[in-house]
Design a protein around this ligand. Structure first.
Ligand SMILES: O=CCCCC(=O)O
Length: 486
């Protein structure tokens, strides 16, 4: 891999400010999903070194907490600036291990950096409160304090931004964080640790523990069970989120869980169809469909169904598929063979039950983990795509005729992360936005994510919010002081 600064590509874990191997020398190899080639190995960290990282976090946190918010913000600002200065290298590392096209990877680096900048600034505004006393001699004061040592478990689909969306508020609030990145994408996380170290984030405050799938369970179990860790933030599947919640229950940790989705994308009969196609391309095919807020079910009003289907299929036909580091590519490989198999299974199930392929519909000629961006029509509620998150480049088009009916179908899922709809009717805008049981609703847009906005879901899509002014509260405890004898 060609990098301006090869020192960013680290093959060691970062624990207590030290670059180190696994205690038992165990390593795990990381592969490029575009060509299956090895990118090198990282240590396979286990339970004992996880405990060491947690102890180091406990030791480092009081001094960090004692800094003023402005002093912490200055270090975080430096981290942010280093991310910007190294944008190209961070993007190249990300594309190599995750597969997303370089343009998307560059965008993710900026998005990731934005959380560090945002929370560095927000931390200066952690205001308390005073409450009118309930007795003449009493004064009531409310303060907010960092929760302490925190942990994060992050996914492979956004190897940088899902880290900074957690580490940014944690460190800004005065907490320490122990991070376990996804087994598939440790290099982005380790590169962020290099820059954190250069920015002057103290030893122990932010440790990064790479681990393969099996060791990840051991690391995760320690992060959940260890009473020193007071908060866990996780992005990933609902199934794993539930297990982590169970494991955290005995030590009653505060939790942020950003879990699965099954996003509806509704096109009403009065929508601007060209805008809806543009929005659908972003909402469905971003990161090859491997995003928790990706449109999973596209509901199109019968009056515009054929026109929308034709326009979408034509636009999708133009999406260039290939290795992420090749110029002009907008759809990279899926992360692995299992991801491809899931798309194939959803597609086969839909076709068996009567759906028709309008575009794509098979493995790409490049083979491996590449799949053609696909559009299918004639999709119905009995198909797997209606219930399960495909997490791939498959757009299923459902037909509807009535607003109440489509809202009910859109809500007919255990998930409640993101929903989208296109309309030009103001009354409908409010009616539908209020009726959708989702934490985030995009109206006439397919892109809702931003550091200033609260990201998170309802129902089986999780707990808590990340980003925005609300994201900081997840790392703070409220303390109430009752002053008597005044
Ligand atoms: O899969 C979830 C990652 C969230 C990406 C985003 O912030 O849009």
């Amino acid at each position: 891999m060609q990098l301006n600064d090869p020192d960013l590509l680290r093959h060691q874990a970062y624990i207590d400010g030290q670059w180190c191997d696994a205690g038992n020398g165990d390593v795990t190899e990381i592969f490029n999903p575009a060509n299956g080639k090895s990118l090198g190995s990282v240590p396979n960290i286990g339970g004992a070194q996880t405990r060491q990282a947690i102890e180091a976090a406990r030791a480092a946190q009081p001094a960090w907490r004692a800094l003023t918010a402005k002093e912490r913000a200055a270090r975080l600002r430096k981290w942010y600036e280093l991310m910007l200065a190294n944008q190209e290298d961070l993007a190249r590392i990300m594309t190599a291990e995750q597969g997303k096209p370089l343009t998307e990877a560059r965008g993710e680096v900026l998005y990731a950096a934005s959380f560090i900048e945002w929370f560095a600034e927000e931390a200066k505004r952690v205001y308390g409160d005073t409450i009118p006393g309930h007795q003449p001699d009493k004064r009531l004061i409310v303060t907010k304090e960092p929760i302490g040592v925190t942990a994060a478990i992050t996914p492979w689909n956004f190897p940088a931004a899902m880290i900074t969306r957690k580490a940014g508020p944690a460190l800004a609030a005065g907490c320490a964080m122990v991070l376990k990145p996804a087994p598939q994408t440790p290099f982005s996380a380790l590169a962020l640790a290099v820059l954190a170290e250069r920015a002057g984030i103290p030893a122990g405050l932010f440790s990064v523990l790479p681990a393969d799938a099996e060791r990840s369970r051991e690391v995760g179990a320690e992060l959940c069970a260890n009473p020193i860790v007071r908060k866990l933030s996780f992005t990933g599947s609902t199934g794993v989120g539930i297990k982590l919640m169970e494991q955290c229950a005995p030590t009653l940790k505060k939790l942020s869980l950003e879990l699965g989705g099954n996003a509806p994308f509704i096109i009403f009969e009065d929508a601007d169809l060209d805008a809806a196609v543009e929005g659908a391309l972003v909402a469905k095919y971003r990161n090859a469909g491997q995003t928790c807020v990706c449109a999973n079910r596209l509901y199109v009003h019968e009056a515009v169904y054929d026109a929308f289907a034709e326009k979408l299929a034509a636009a999708v036909a133009k999406l260039r598929v290939g290795p992420g580091d090749e110029a002009g590519v907008v759809i990279g490989p899926l992360i692995d063979g299992n991801a491809v198999a899931k798309v194939q299974a959803h597609l086969a199930d839909a076709l068996e039950k009567g759906a028709k392929v309008l575009q794509g519909g098979k493995e790409h000629a490049l083979g491996g983990n590449f799949f053609e961006p696909t559009v299918i029509a004639g999709v119905t509620a009995d198909m797997r795509v209606a219930r399960e998150e495909t997490f791939g480049p498959l757009a299923p088009l459902f037909r509807f005729s009535d607003e109440a009916e489509v809202v009910s179908q859109a809500n007919d899922t255990e998930f409640g992360l993101a929903g989208y709809f296109y309309t030009r009717d103001l009354g409908r805008t409010f009616r539908v936005a209020e009726a959708l049981e989702y934490g985030m609703v995009g109206i006439n847009t397919g892109l809702i994510s931003d550091e200033v906005a609260p990201f998170g879901g309802m129902k089986a899509s999780g707990l808590g919010r990340e980003g925005s002014k609300y994201g900081l509260d997840e790392y703070l405890e409220i303390k109430y002081l009752c002053l008597g004898g005044i």
